[in-house]
Design a protein around this ligand. Structure first.
Ligand code: UDP
Ligand code: MG
Length: 325
């Protein structure tokens, strides 16, 4: 087998505090892999600046001038982690044989990148990095994440347990991924659908090297909700079920009320009336809201808007130059 061109894609949003350290550690990893003849010399680290408001992009540009491994892609604004990652993958796949995605904050163990590459040599198209433990995450993050996986599984969406977006994908897996053109990308849900030979590599997840999480609770909830409604119609079915149940219960209550009235013991009836109005009202609102959520998704999908916009692309320029030599 020919030595593969590897590109490591790193989405960055306001990561000036960690950028230099991340670049340093990933460069060391690539150098070792080169020494071992596991990757081709054109291998790169592609930093995707997701519309950072700090100095991240200028740091990437500066580093790329001196470090031949480092290159960058600048999005025109903040598109969010998933889309930044997608922009990186789509750009990298044109020039690479395999691509590894990793977060900028060094929470994922860079030393397992070597294992990913070894698995690629063994013929795997997708290698998932799976966290062995989450001791460094807060109890809250751990509990919500755990609940999320369980809930998704219940709804028939199979995610790789304890896997974030730290993975290797081969060129053909990436090409297949490109055909999933949905606007709401939830990579963790899509990648397992691609098929191909895949495997997992265990690692320990660390705390953030510096800076703070760009995933506050609000974004985390939005992410979970997106993942759920993009992949499953189970919530709609659940609502239908609840509606049916409440219909049965209300009918029984209605028959009971009728019997009481016929027997002549009728109360003023205010309490039961109020309760049922509120109950049905709540149920209807909930259902409409949920259905609206799906309609919103359809609306977004049919617009076929671009998922990201690239403002500057140091990478393609550089690769075209290198590959033409
Ligand atoms: N990120 C991004 N765009 C965003 C938010 C985050 O590109 O709008 C990047 C961020 O720079 C990091 C990765 O996505 O490399 C994961 O974010 P973070 O570490 O803040 O999330 P957490 O690990 O806390 O879930
Ligand atoms: Mg992180």
């Amino acid at each position: 087998m020919k030595k593969p061109v590897l590109t490591i894609v790193v989405p960055c949003y306001n990561e000036e505090e960690v950028f230099l350290e991340t670049a340093k550690q990933l460069t060391a990893v690539l150098e070792d892999l080169l020494d071992e003849h596991l990757i081709a010399a054109e291998s790169k680290i592609l930093f995707v600046d997701d519309g950072s408001r700090d100095r991240t992009w200028s740091l990437i540009e500066k580093e790329s001038e001196t470090n031949p491994f480092v290159t960058g892609l600048k999005l025109s604004r903040n598109f969010g982690h998933q889309k930044a990652l997608l922009a990186g993958l789509e750009t990298a796949k044109n020039y690479s044989d395999c691509v590894i995605s990793i977060d900028a904050d060094l929470q994922d163990d860079v030393s397992v990148i070597r294992e990913f590459v070894v698995k690629y040599w063994e013929g795997f198209d997708i290698v998932y990095g799976v966290r062995r433990s989450r001791k460094t995450d807060t109890f809250f993050k751990r509990a919500t994440a755990q609940g999320f996986y369980r809930f998704m599984r219940k709804m028939g969406i199979h995610l790789v347990y304890n896997h974030a977006d730290f993975r290797l994908m081969s060129k053909r897996a990436l090409e297949e991924l490109s055909r999933y053109s949905e606007a709401n990308v939830f990579l963790r849900g899509i990648v397992p659908l691609l098929g191909f030979r895949s495997t997992e590599v265990l690692y320990d997840r660390k705390g953030r090297f510096a800076g703070e999480s760009k995933y506050p609770l609000k974004k985390m909830l939005a992410f979970a909700f997106d993942g759920m409604t993009s992949f499953s119609v189970a919530p709609i079915r659940f609502i239908t079920f609840i509606g049916f149940l409440s219909f049965l219960l209300s009918s029984a209550a209605g028959i009971y009320a009728l019997i009481v009235k016929l027997l002549g013991h009728a109360e003023s009836g205010w309490t039961s009336l109020m309760i049922s109005i509120w109950f049905i009202g709540g149920l209807l609102l909930m259902s409409i809201g949920l259905i609206g959520e799906y309609i919103g998704k359809i609306y977004q999908e049919v617009k076929r808007r671009p998922r990201f916009t690239i403002e500057e692309n140091l990478y393609s320029r550089q690769m075209e130059h290198e590959l033409s030599l």
